[in-house]
Design a binder for this molecule. Structure first.
Ligand SMILES: [Zn+2]
Length: 230
């Protein structure tokens, strides 16, 4: 068993990528996730795809109203290295515009690359920096986009892997898999039993300061994030 840190809680940032899924999914999952987070008073970070915000403006506003931090997850959810420089700027700004007009929130400086593609590409990261963004990676990747990853499996892995990362762990979820919704109450309650305090990304020192100074969450795991499988 992992013991809570002496003297202060172990901080964990739960993050949810909200996008149009290209896998089987059920309606109501994002609403359910917001409900679990709200009932348990868990602040989180949501990376919103521009087209998702266009399709679900009320949900996007609910994310903000519930006190979660909002980041930009691109407009088309393409693999960013495939886009030209101008294509990147257009895609990122279009998502920023839709998020801003829909929710009133400026998503800068928070960004997450779709499929994690581009998170180690100097050209992509340079344009993100130019536009006022930093890419937020992840430490714990549960592969919740895989249909075989049921709630009990996700919960067991999250409770085992997250404490191993230590203080400031960033956990990647998606806002649409039914297994994620199923697992979330057990994950929140179980981590709290281990002494965890949930925080938004903007509470973590390693993401503070100028965008250019912020390192990826963890470079060694970034490649594993959102493999082409989903
Ligand atoms: Zn995504």
């Amino acid at each position: 068993m992992t013991e809570p840190l002496e003297g202060r809680p172990l901080r964990v940032a739960l993050t949810f990528d909200a996008e149009h899924p290209d896998r089987p999914h059920a309606p109501g999952v994002p609403e359910g996730i917001l409900g679990v987070l709200g009932d348990r008073h868990v602040p989180a970070t949501w990376f919103l795809q521009g087209r998702w915000v266009e399709a679900f403006p009320e949900l996007a506003r609910q994310v903000v109203a519930d006190g979660h931090l909002v980041g930009n997850h691109s407009f088309y959810h393409a693999r960013l290295p495939l886009l030209t420089d101008d294509g990147l700027r257009t895609d990122i700004r279009e998502s920023e515009r839709v998020i801003g007009e829909t929710t009133g929130i400026d998503a800068r400086p928070w960004f997450r690359c779709p499929f994690s593609a581009g998170s180690d590409d100097p050209r992509v990261l340079g344009i993100l920096d130019e536009l006022g963004y930093r890419n937020v990676g992840s430490d714990v990747v549960l592969e919740d986009w895989e249909p075989a990853r049921t709630g009990p499996l996700l919960a067991a892995d999250a409770l085992r892997e997250t404490p191993l990362v230590g203080d400031g762990a960033v956990v990647l979820f998606h806002a649409w898999p039914p297994g994620t919704l199923d697992a979330l109450p057990a994950i929140v309650d179980g981590l709290r039993d281990l002494g965890v305090a949930f925080v938004r990304i903007d509470a973590l020192e390693r993401f503070a300061g100028p965008a250019a100074a912020a390192p990826p969450a963890t470079e060694h795991l970034a490649d594993a994030t959102e493999r082409p499988a989903r």
